[in-house]
Design a protein around this ligand. Sequence first.
Ligand SMILES: Cc1cc2nc3c(=O)[nH]c(=O)nc-3n(C[C@H](O)[C@H](O)[C@H](O)COP(=O)(O)OP(=O)(O)OC[C@H]3O[C@@H](n4cnc5c(N)ncnc54)[C@H](O)[C@@H]3O)c2cc1C
Length: 320
Amino acid sequence: MNIPKRGLSARREIHIMGSDQRIVRCARVSFAKDEKIDKERDIKLISYLYKNRHSSPFEHIIITYSASWDEYVSILERANNPAINIHYSEGYIWLNFRHFVNLISLIPQEVQTLVREKLPATFAIIEDKTPQEYSTDERFLKEKYDASCGWVGLVDKLELNSKMDTYTFIVECPLFVARQWQRHRFGSYNELSRRYTSINPEFYIPKGLRSQSESNKQASIEEFLPQEISSEILNEINSIIQQSLLLYQKMLSLNTAREIARGVLPLFLKTRFYWTVPRIALDNFLSLRLHESAQSEIREFAALIKNMVGQKDLNTLMRL
Ligand SMILES: Cc1cc2nc3c(=O)[nH]c(=O)nc-3n(C[C@H](O)[C@H](O)[C@H](O)COP(=O)(O)OP(=O)(O)OC[C@H]3O[C@@H](n4cnc5c(N)ncnc54)[C@H](O)[C@@H]3O)c2cc1C
């Protein structure tokens, strides 16, 4: 690890991934409205998130600045908050904007100044001022690839050739894939909520039905049930999905709360989430989810992600 001894004259390098709008997109995914832009409403939403401590969308903004090891340790010593996650890699301190806000009195002024420039509306809100400006994303996605059960897109990345290089993805996939994905805890997630929206439920229906593995209790094998059995079962799956959709819509039309009505939608239902993840945890995800023991649907996503951003050999750092 490169640990510089920063003198007073050394110029600090500062990098920030994200914008005011990124926070809004990660919050609006709850309503499936993350592609929408409306400056006035966006600023109100940031203020609402901040005041009501719905702060997880702030985690998708990443800040890194050159610093000495001593500066890093000094922040850790003074943080006085066991939930703080702040990292040191290749001569840089790395943290997300949520931790930044919690640690603000310990962050150097020049870093605060640049964050203020990059996130003018959000910074004004946390300083209890009226926002005058609002920063937007250059574009919604940098790259997007289809998988058989959904899609994955790269929203942004911040790369300094370190294990804390950070990536944000949007994933659309069935609920059971999302459940597997979100077991990967080193990273941040914001997901569509069927408490907020009843928008177009979409479902994944596999093309064929893989057989259960005999040797591995949780896995399938790349052998499919015979065509005539598959077609019959797939028809039944379709029909159950249609029936559950009808019941869902009936419940909503009778004013049942969305949070209850959603209970009748099967696990093939698709969801959408933002995932911001550091390289070390991304590579851990790739090595576990590219492995043949992982379910083929999530393996497909892992392969698409590897194509987009590659994989480094960081397994020795995360042996267990
Ligand atoms: C094929 C397969 C089958 C699986 N089956 C099941 C299952 O049946 N049931 C189930 O619940 N899960 C299952 N999982 C999920 C698995 O147990 C992990 O939760 C998941 O793979 C995330 O990996 P991780 O913990 O390494 O990643 P992250 O949560 O991203 O953690 C990254 C790293 O941080 C460290 N770390 C994170 N949290 C802690 C902690 N609390 N204590 C110590 N170190 C920590 C570890 O070094 C870890 O590797 C399965 C995963 C795979 C790949």
